[in-house]
Design a protein around this ligand. Structure first.
Ligand code: GRF
Length: 217
């Protein structure tokens, strides 16, 4: 099996990155993490990536100011240098231009802390609580030029408790993120997930019949 070469792009603590690195340690995992790249110098995740023996790169976005494409061209050079096949965004806090997204069309995935298409954008847990939804979760999706949109690969749901705060709810969702991101990468890297008519279908996964009802008595 030739493993797909993966770069993870981060801006912060990198807990999803760590989950991907750990999953990719399994011999049968169809992808290897060869590069972790950050747009923020000193992002916490860089340290843990290095501790895991993964090569890191920092390309600060700030000096590029509004010239997003120049920043992305610098990232692109680094990605090409490492012969990257797939890009995983994991808490990467930069909007991407259509140019960059096009370079990685069908080969770049992102994790978002909400059940898309609900709660695109920021502060997803606060907004879910304000709406009083009873089920919330996380989504891994292919990246398209629109932010927090694109064919959905995997979703994971959690119940919302009456006494939840954004922190407690966010922590519950994060646990799910750490499960679904490795699963989604496995599906994409092995070719089990593919896009048909703008929608992602899985060739092998069998849908579970489990139902989540919230609240339940
Ligand atoms: C996660 O909640 C992810 O869904 C969002 O940014 C956060 C990153 O957290 N895109 P971490 O750096 O992976 O811990």
């Amino acid at each position: 099996m030739t493993k797909r070469r993966v770069a993870i792009l981060i801006s912060g603590r990198g807990s999803n990155m760590a989950a991907l690195i750990q999953a990719a340690n399994a011999p049968d995992f169809p992808a290897e993490i060869v590069l972790v790249m950050s747009n923020i110098a000193g992002a916490g995740g860089l340290e843990s990536a290095r501790a895991a023996g993964i090569e890191t790169a920092t390309i600060e976005s700030k000096p590029f100011g509004r010239d997003r494409e120049a920043f992305e061209r610098a990232m692109q050079d680094e990605l090409l240098k490492h012969k990257i096949d797939l890009v995983c965004l994991a808490g990467f806090l930069r909007l991407l231009t259509p140019w960059f997204v096009q370079q990685w069309d069908g080969r770049m995935i992102n994790i978002h802390p909400a059940l898309l298409p609900s709660y695109r954008g920021l502060h997803t847990h606060e907004r879910a609580l304000a709406d009083g939804v009873k089920i919330h979760g996380a989504t891994v999706h292919f990246v398209i030029p629109d932010v927090d949109a694109g064919p959905i690969i995997v979703q994971g749901a959690v119940t919302v408790h009456d006494n939840d705060t954004a922190e407690t709810l966010g922590a519950r969702v994060l646990q799910v993120e750490h499960r679904i991101y490795p699963q989604a990468l496995r599906m994409v890297a092995s070719g089990q997930a593919s896009i048909h008519g703008g929608v992602c279908k899985s060739t092998t996964a069998t849908a579970s019949e489990k139902t989540l009802i919230s609240p339940s008595f």
